[in-house]
Design a protein. Structure first.
Ligand code: FE
Length: 218
């Protein structure tokens, strides 16, 4: 059996949203299809380790934002590469809340649905849900999972690495707050208006005359 045959089943790529109490949570999903026309039912499959899946089991409702081919790769990285268990993903994107559920502001379309049936498999949980509301937001072509695999993935990974570097920088800045650069030779504490990092390379300790490399952050 060659399971790559399953890659030839086409999927879109969507941002799934629900709430964890009052907190909006979400993830990226590809396994969504319309299952019936009357009533209007969609099927959604989530990985069992997904925190969003756990929250849908509790809230029994979810939203979908349809991604455009022009979507910022970071949106996919933000919702796809980290867990709502740890961070508030929606705070990193432009979004709005309608009737209690979060949606991307620049999605092509949006739907909300109420779960009517749940089927649990070893790896995934399948939700069958009745559409309660849906709307078109923007013109454009939907992003597919094949687009993602073919050319979009590298950009998504790049944007995620940039985001992580930004976060690291912010974190180290915060932990350095309140600390001072101190001369390790004479204990002089730098207190000038120019940030220590921006002082010229030939700057010297005004007390004992050693260079910047003899200072440390304490
Ligand atoms: Fe000194």
């Amino acid at each position: 059996m060659d399971e790559t045959a399953l890659f030839k089943l086409t999927h879109g790529l969507y941002v799934l949203g629900t709430v964890d109490g009052d907190r909006p949570v979400g993830s990226v999903v590809d396994a969504v299809m319309q299952a019936a026309n009357k009533p209007l039912v969609i099927a959604l499959s989530c990985h069992n380790r997904s925190y969003t899946k756990e929250c849908i089991e509790r809230s029994r409702r979810f939203s979908l934002s349809v991604l455009s081919k022009d979507v910022d790769p970071f949106v996919v990285a933000n919702f796809g590469f980290q867990s709502s268990r740890d961070i508030d993903k929606w705070d990193n994107v432009d979004y709005f809340i309608d009737n209690g559920l979060p949606y991307l502001k620049n999605g092509l379309a949006r739907l909300s649905a109420i779960v009517t049936q749940v089927i649990a498999y070893e790896s995934n949980t399948l939700f069958l849900a009745q559409v309660e509301n849906c709307d078109n937001l923007e013109e454009g072509e939907p992003l597919t999972y094949n687009n993602y695999r073919d050319y979009f993935k590298d950009e998504v990974i790049k944007s995620f690495n940039e985001y992580k570097q930004r976060k690291e920088k912010e974190k180290s800045k915060m932990s350095d707050e309140g600390k001072k650069w101190v001369c390790t030779v004479c204990e002089y504490v730098y207190d000038g208006d120019v940030p220590f990092e921006e002082l010229p390379d030939d700057w010297a300790c005004p007390v004992c005359g050693v260079g910047k490399d003899m200072f440390e952050l304490r």
